[in-house]
Design a protein around this ligand. Structure first.
Ligand code: MN
Ligand code: MN
Length: 466
């Protein structure tokens, strides 16, 4: 091996360079990375909506001895509990022996809602030999991506007597799936001249649900009646029950390895299961931590973190107050000492769309979990711009624990932008910075991540909670 020149040594010492985890990793490490992704893929397949993700996380936590907490219950050191916010948001918490007024609470805040198509409240109609359901899209989608793919229906219907019926059709291999029609290219001359954003309109995202007329010459809307009769037989519901329902159409695909080498995973809903799963498993895998730790799985992030189950709701600060008061601590002091990683995805640099990125400040695939000091758009509007001191604290924590990580912003300046739950948590005087997995094709029905980045995020969260 040739000696390094003085200049080369100086360069290595003084300059910053991202590292590709797969290049750095031993074969044993690569095996750990691949093994971890198997559990993650299972979670992806059973947790396609916020309700299912909440339920799946509760199941993982209960298996490790967590029990349900309700506001007003007693809390003491050593407790491992979960707060279930209307079945759509969840906070897992583990109360450690450290002094809350000195060390605060370590918070990992991810979200479990994902872009999808929700059914309208009066969705069902029939036209030209087909029955359909009307939808209203949820979150930021590119509408053209949702046509001509297999879709599954997930959700709940609340019947007139208050009974809650769970619905899930299209996930089992023997289930039928659902579908949105698209125009054949032969007649698509006008459509193909339309801008991408308007070629498929919101009101054409109608779900095809059937084609078999009910066997009665006298009735109208025979195909709709067939669908209603099947739903009535299977779930005991009527058309009016759709009014008190939350039913969503999500891609019926399962999570799959991508590539000859299986280094990557494609799935619906990586944003933000790819941070919520590592957050939950990091907490459950470090049961002996002296820190008080909270893992928040929030709903409604994709539409602004609003409402009862979103991160702007009071349930997070209320729980911090409850824990603080129960242990004889001042919640204002506790919040001021607490630290939060807003665990959400960022855009991964994609050489196919290089012009929207600024490469030096983009997340590169397989280069690790990605810290974003700020998100937002234009002149950093709509962001929690974390302090240099807090970024320094997190940087040291990761480097001391051997986590390979990187830093990025979402894309080129003025190209667009986005936000996370970070600013809503920081608004409560809790130091917060964004950290998460870079995603290719974010918000598409089938998103893509690197297994190495998922595992790096898990390692980063472990370092943060232990
Ligand atoms: Mn997200
Ligand atoms: Mn998103």
């Amino acid at each position: 091996m040739s000696e390094k020149t003085i200049g080369q040594e100086m360069l290595d010492k003084l300059s910053y360079k991202k590292k590709n985890i797969y290049e750095e990793a031993t074969p044993e490490k690569i095996k750990d990375i691949y093994d971890y992704s198997e559990g993650y893929k299972k979670y992806l397949d059973v947790a396609k909506t916020e309700r299912e993700a909440t339920e799946a996380a509760i199941e993982l936590a209960r298996a490790k001895g967590y029990t349900e907490y309700k506001f007003g219950d007693k809390i003491s050191v050593g407790d491992k509990k979960y707060l279930n916010q209307h079945g759509k948001s969840l906070i897992l918490f583990s109360v450690g022996e450290n002094d809350l007024e000195k060390d605060g609470i370590r918070i990992l805040a991810a979200h479990v809602d994902a872009p999808r198509l929700d059914l309208k409240q009066v969705p069902m109609y029939e036209d030209s030999g087909m029955a359909f359901l009307k939808t209203h899209y949820y979150g930021g989608i590119k509408k053209y991506q949702w046509t001509a793919i297999p879709l599954a229906i997930h959700g709940v219907m609340v019947k007139s007597d208050g009974e809650v019926v769970k619905v899930c059709i299209g996930e089992d291999d023997s289930d039928p799936v659902f579908y949105i029609n698209d125009l054949l290219p032969h007649l698509g001359a006008k459509q193909s001249q339309e801008p991408l954003g308007s070629a498929i309109s919101g009101e054409t995202l109608n779900i095809l649900i059937g084609g078999l007329p009910y066997d009665d010459k006298e009735v109208s809307d025979k195909i709709k009646l067939t669908a209603l009769s099947i739903l009535n037989e299977k779930y005991g519901v009527t058309e009016e029950d759709f009014i008190s329902a939350e039913l969503s159409l999500v891609p019926a695909f399962k999570a799959r390895d991508i590539g000859f080498d299986r280094a990557l995973i494609a799935s619906y809903g990586h944003d933000d299961r790819v941070c919520s799963y590592p957050a939950v498993t990091a907490l459950l895998d470090n049961p002996d931590t002296k820190q008080t730790v909270m893992v928040v799985l929030a709903d409604k992030e994709e539409i602004g973190s609003v409402g009862l189950t979103g991160m702007q709701s009071a349930f997070l600060v209320d729980l911090i107050s409850e824990i603080s008061v129960a242990l004889g601590k001042n919640p204002i002091v506790v919040r001021g000492k607490s630290k939060c990683l807003s665990a959400d995805v960022t855009a991964c640099y994609d050489p196919n769309f290089a012009d929207v990125y600024e490469k030096r400040n983009s997340a590169m695939l397989s280069c690790g979990t990605t810290m974003s000091k700020y998100t937002g758009s234009r002149g950093k509007s709509g962001t929690n711009d974390a302090t240099a001191e807090f970024v320094g604290f997190i940087r040291k924590l990761f480097n001391d624990n051997g986590v390979i990580w990187q830093t990025a912003e979402l894309g080129r300046v003025d190209m667009g932008g986005g936000g996370t739950v970070a600013m809503y948590i920081a608004n409560h005087n809790i130091e917060t910075v964004d950290l998460g997995v870079p995603v290719i094709s974010m918000h598409a029905p089938y998103e893509l991540v690197s297994k190495a980045d998922v595992y790096s995020t898990y390692e980063a969260f472990c370092a943060f909670v232990k």
